[in-house]
Write a protein that binds this ligand. Structure first.
Ligand code: PLP
Length: 394
């Protein structure tokens, strides 16, 4: 005779096992059953831990967030559906109409758009300032300034922010310091140890590392602030997919190794490019000829980063030839992948600017950014030798 439980549509529980999986199981459940209303109360009131509804939190997001928390030296961070989700949750979670925020003038394009277009629509005043100059931030402060948003290393010119100076200004004035640590990663820089109140990541990039998930992370040092950010993310449905979280956790297992290899390759590629005929300049923060090298050496714990930018002589035709000849290197607007990727500011991230405005930022048609991957370093350098040569043969 069939047990009545066998006729239920939802089987009850897991198969018996005295052993545990060694990999975090993928948990796709949207809802989690509690035993009684009292138990549910205990969960909602924080007296017991447990999940209720996936938009509010699920095991794969928690496991991933805790692993990034450990890297950043904080607790209670959350995972969002994208890096921009994390930026938005941080800003909208802490700002209200009438507040003012100062952002770095070379923030990631969508963060800039948020500052210039979206926040003002909700009554938040915004200003931009040069993050390599703490005095410029200090001068931009108004009575209603509530927060500052900066990236430690800017994209694609790889300028290094005056983190110490800006953190000092924020601490003295009680302004929240929000740091997007995507480029630097906790291997090079740990913002909470240098005065940050909120840290953001596009997990999509180096942390996950395989260009197969889009995710973000945001953590605040202060629990009340973290709760505001969490509530905004949950209310606006920024939930990360369990599968993406699972993949990112898998990627994170090799983050240290990938970072080391990628940055060693980046150092070698930067030096190699600097010696090639046709290369006008190379930007790499740890090189002596970088404008912020002293600050980079002091801030980045000798780690550098995996990004190298460079400029070749010639216009769009030279750029087309270079991208075409860089065989096996994806010409794609992302970074932090296991494979090297190449991007071109004039046709992607900075396409909305006039040629004159791009020139003022040092981004000619011959300007490229490389996100260096894990390939064999000599093979990689050889590809760039060939690509640069092709650009000059046009
Ligand atoms: N912050 C930085 C520094 C980025 O480079 C990016 C994307 O390139 C983002 C945030 C946004 O991340 P996502 O693409 O995961 O939304």
């Amino acid at each position: 005779m069939r047990n009545s439980k066998d006729t239920l549509i939802r089987p009850v529980g897991q198969p018996d096992s005295i052993s545990r999986p060694i990999v975090t199981p993928l948990s796709t459940a949207v809802a989690f059953a509690s035993s009684t209303p009292d138990e549910l109360d205990a969960q909602y009131e924080g007296r017991e831990s447990g999940f209720t509804y996936a938009r509010e939190g699920h095991p794969n997001a928690t496991v991933l967030a805790q692993r990034i928390d450990a890297l950043e030296g904080v607790s209670g961070g959350i995972v969002t559906g994208s890096g921009m989700g994390a930026v938005t949750a941080a800003l909208m979670g802490v700002l209200s109409a009438g507040d003012h925020i100062i952002g770095g003038d070379q923030l990631y394009g969508r963060s800039l758009r948020l500052m210039k277009e979206d926040l003002p629509r909700f009554g938040v005043e915004t200003s931009l300032a040069d993050p390599t100059d703490a005095d410029a931030f200090a001068s931009a402060i108004k009575d209603n300034t509530k927060a500052v948003l900066i990236e430690v290393v800017s994209n694609p010119t790889l300028r290094v922010a005056d983190m110490e100076g800006i953190a000092k200004v924020c601490a003295e004035t009680g302004i929240l310091l929000i740091v997007d640590n995507t480029f630097t990663t906790p291997r090079s820089y740990q913002p909470f140890q240098h005065g940050a109140d909120v840290v953001i990541h596009s997990v999509t990039k180096l942390l996950a590392g395989h260009s197969d998930v889009t995710l973000g992370y945001v953590a605040a040092k202060d629990a009340v602030l973290q709760k505001k950010i969490y509530d905004f993310a949950v209310t606006t449905g920024m939930t990360a997919s369990p599968f993406d979280c699972w993949l990112a956790e898998r990627g994170l297992a090799t983050f240290d190794l990938r970072f080391e290899r990628a940055q060693a390759n980046a150092v070698a590629l930067a030096d190699h490019l600097a010696g090639l005929e046709g290369v006008k300049r190379v930007l790499y923060p740890m090189r002596d000829d970088h404008p912020d090298t002293i600050r980079a050496q002091a801030l980045l714990q000798g780690q550098g980063c995996n990004m190298v930018s460079f400029e070749v002589k010639g216009g769009r035709a030279a750029a087309n030839a270079l991208a075409r000849a860089a065989e096996g290197i994806a010409f794609a607007p992302t970074l932090g992948d296991v494979g090297t990727t190449l991007s071109h500011a004039a046709s992607s991230s900075h396409r909305a600017l006039t040629p004159e405005a791009r020139a003022a930022l040092g981004m000619s048609e011959g300007f490229f950014r490389v996100s260096v991957g894990l390939e064999d370093s000599d093979a990689l350098n050889a590809i760039f030798t060939q690509a640069v040569k092709a650009s000059q043969d046009v």
